[in-house]
Design a protein around this ligand. Sequence first.
Ligand code: ZN
Ligand code: ZN
Length: 112
Amino acid sequence: MGKIFCKICGGRVPVLTKEEFSEYRIVYMDCVRSIKKYRVETGASVQEAAKLYAPALDKFEELTGFRGDDAFHLYRKHYAPTYGEPCHKCGDYFQTRIRQVCRNCGEPRLRN
Ligand SMILES: [Zn+2]
Ligand SMILES: [Zn+2]
């Protein structure tokens, strides 16, 4: 499992592989549906309904060991294939095209 440095999560945090993401996505989409339904039925605010994201956060934790607090952010930003090739030494993602040295282990990027 690769990791990225994430300002929102406040540190070095796992990203999901394609397979893990498809599992997470199912749970996340279920949450989105139940939140919509809940808000229509109760008139709850977005903040009040956010507790219904718990199953998605549970799923992310089950897959990666990391407990986040923003399921939407994890859905949008913690998907490995959007970060290109990982570091060949430690598996972390470079995150930008410009970075030539791994932020985690200092290994230079391989040129292909
Ligand atoms: Zn994050
Ligand atoms: Zn590395």
